[in-house]
Design a protein around this ligand. Structure first.
Ligand code: SF4
Length: 164
């Protein structure tokens, strides 16, 4: 409960005091690897584009949002990997999906970069076939994205971004 309060407070402060409108390639969408359906063999933690978008889990929707808004997107297996992504200099703001504990740790570790946090849901127990309210993720993206720089179809990973 306390963690949820911290997350909500962070989101309010981020929107009211620390809001930054960023270009799509400066906005990072991070999700936990447990969003992936556990029987799926696709290597989506290495590259979200490996998802075939079968609709079996929310990874499909996360990838869809990345393509729709032209965001960088990653699924990560833990806080350290997430922080590596967040600390890349081109990243100006973050939309983070994770469990409440990871979100609280991540918000503090990412400071001063603004983070809008969306807790995932665990209907199958912790860290297994989790899900997320995609409408909430979309709302967070819309809140931080600079509408003047919105461009669909930009690459979703750093390696793609470096390509001509
Ligand atoms: S949407 Fe389908 S292909 Fe993509 S990660 Fe989920 S189960 Fe695998």
């Amino acid at each position: 409960m306390l963690r949820l309060l911290l997350i909500r407070t962070n989101n309010i402060v981020t929107l009211k005091r620390r809001r930054r409108r960023v270009a799509p390639d400066g906005l990072l969408l991070l999700g936990p690897h447990c969003l992936q359906q556990h029987l799926c063999q696709r290597k989506v933690t290495d590259d979200l584009n490996q998802c075939s978008r079968c609709g079996g889990c929310r990874v499909s929707d996360m990838l869809g949002l990345c393509h729709e808004y032209g965001l960088r997107g990653h699924l990560v297996g833990g806080g350290r990997r997430a922080l590596e992504k967040v600390r890349q200099p081109e990243i100006a703001a973050v939309i983070a999906v994770a469990c409440e504990k990871e979100l609280c740790d991540g918000i503090m570790a990412a400071f001063p970069k603004p983070v809008l946090a969306v807790p995932n849901q665990c209907p199958n127990g912790p860290c297994r076939d989790t899900t997320v309210d995609i409408a909430a993720v979309r709302a967070a993206i819309e809140a931080l994205l600079d509408p003047r720089k919105r461009t669909a179809g930009l690459p979703i990973s750093e390696s793609d971004a470096r390509s001509p």
